[in-house]
Ligand binder design. Structure first.
Ligand SMILES: Nc1nc2c(c(=O)[nH]1)N[C@H]1C(S)=C(S)[C@@H](COP(=O)(O)O)O[C@H]1N2
Ligand SMILES: [Mo]
Length: 223
């Protein structure tokens, strides 16, 4: 189970279409970045949401160090594969996610190493996870060991499992229902006794910063 995950030592490999591939030990990676707090809404594809104060740094500042080539169009992220410590429901391990390169270097896209002022708990993706606040939570892959810059879009875990239900883009969109439920509203989890529902916003409310990346795309087709 996740709380038994062995995270020490940990290294992250950054390879692929880059001039300067790197394998970074976690402590070196942290020394080179100045962690800041990012307070983001996280909207799960299953209809709940939370406001989370993450501690992390922009993914772009790490990618800059490997010098992406002009052929790098997508970024693939791979989670640790420790089958003895992870519960496997129906998904194939390791968990894999992906972003387009412009999404990956967007200033809202971060790698988180902490939350609520503490280091990340194992179940929330220790020691390092992705957070992409305008996309459904499943894009925010936890316990990352490998980041690969690619020419083509990678195959991703949920998309492979159920391609009609979980798209590659997975941008939060109240007007594109999941085949089995509406995405119009969400239950806000928090410290309060009851969880009020709120209306879900396009791009999870971050549209003013991210909509231009999708301006010529049909968001129903590329869901
Ligand atoms: N490695 C890995 N990352 C993952 C998942 C997973 O099962 N394994 N689940 C995803 C899903 S579906 C969601 S909603 C978020 C949940 O993040 P949390 O556990 O911190 O709430 O993590 C995402 N990242
Ligand atoms: Mo999820």
């Amino acid at each position: 189970m996740a709380h038994k995950l062995n995270i020490n030592p940990w290294s992250v490999e950054i390879i692929g279409e880059v001039e300067n591939p790197l394998t970074l030990q976690m402590e070196d990676l942290l020394k080179q970045q100045a962690p800041q707090e990012f307070v983001y809404r996280l909207r799960c594809v299953e209809g709940w949401s939370m406001v989370v104060p993450w501690i992390g740094f922009p993914l772009a500042s790490l990618l800059k160090r490997v010098k992406p080539l002009s052929t790098a169009k997508f970024v693939k992220f791979t989670s640790v594969h420790q089958p003895e410590t992870m519960r496997n429901r129906m998904l194939e391990w390791p968990y894999v996610e992906g972003l387009r390169i412009d999404e990956a270097v967007h200033p809202l896209t971060i790698l988180a190493v902490g939350m609520y002022g503490e280091i990340l708990p194992n179940q929330n993706g220790a020691p390092i996870r992705l957070v992409v606040p305008w996309k459904y939570g499943f894009k925010s892959i936890k316990a990352i060991v490998k980041i690969e810059l690619l020419k083509n879009a990678p195959t991703t875990t949920w998309n492979k499992y159920a391609p009609k239900e979980y798209g590659f883009y997975a941008n939060v969109n109240p007007s594109v229902p999941h085949p089995r439920w509406s995405q119009f509203s969400e239950r806000q989890l928090g410290s309060r006794f009851f969880s009020p529902r709120r209306q879900t916003e396009l791009f999870n409310g971050y549209g003013d910063q991210v909509a231009s990346m999708y301006k010529d795309m049909d968001l129903v087709h590329f869901f």
